[in-house]
Design a protein around this ligand. Sequence first.
Ligand code: PEP
Ligand code: MG
Length: 322
Amino acid sequence: QKAEWAKLKNEKTVSKDGQHVELAANIGTPKDVEGVLANGGEAVGLYRTEFLYMGRDNFPTEEEQFEAYKAVLEAMGDKPVVVRTLDIGGDKELPYLHLPKEMNPFLGYRAIRLCLDDTDLFRTQLRALLRASAYGKLRIMFPMIATLNEFRSAKALLLEEKAKLVAEGVTVSEEIEVGMMVEIPSAAVLADQFAKEVDFFSIGTNDLIQYTMAADRMNEKVSYLYQPYNPSILRLVKMVIDAAHKEGKWTGMCGEMAGDQTAIPLLLGLGLDEFSMSATSILPARSLISKLSKAEMADLAAEALNKSTVEEVIELVESIQK
Ligand code: PEP
Ligand code: MG
């Protein structure tokens, strides 16, 4: 199997019936890019920038951030890099932010909510990203978007910083795509409206499942409710993909589900355009997809959407793996 995977390293990801999808990797630091390239990643689908802010006692400067983003973009060359703006809060704390303890940190002051409130913090990151955009193919995405107004405000700040930089004579790419994570059910439900304003979606199933099932992703007592194959999740995923396609946009997925061998046939069938996963899952996923017909998986996915339970969905998927 290892030998078969190795052969696929420099290949594109193509289904048995000739349909291309993009297999990307999730990274946390510039050092991770090495593993992405070694495993044949076609893109970085999620660069979690919060690690730049963690494990230290003050904010990273614009310059420090610029260097990190530039390093990733340069190392990836002409391959796209999706950078997620700061997603702090929930399970990821920053002691030097001195935030009050909350009853429900996962439902609280975090990610884009915090960035739209502490705009100095956010603008610094946006400037660093815009400056780095000259060195590669940058895609920016905002985490934890619940409303259109949040997306619009975040994008407006980005455009403001861009205009300032351009006025200062700094080179900024004209080709930056600006998208959002879909990890809050409200965004999935209203995806048709979001799709008119974003360049792309990336579905964050780790949180989308947690919020849809109302089951804390860190709490083992309720982990039985953490159900990626629950038809309710599949239907939300479908809504997002269909909404994007209707507007000529693309949809990726950067939650754990994207690299899951049971989920992949369904996601391929639902029309997912980009799958972002840990680097080591890329070659196994490419191999699996090369053996699947997208048209057949579309029928499989349609059937899965009408199942009632996770068990039924798993049984359906397993019926093709024979
Ligand atoms: C997600 O929620 O699926 C996701 C990719 O983001 P994180 O795991 O960093 O919350
Ligand atoms: Mg998330």
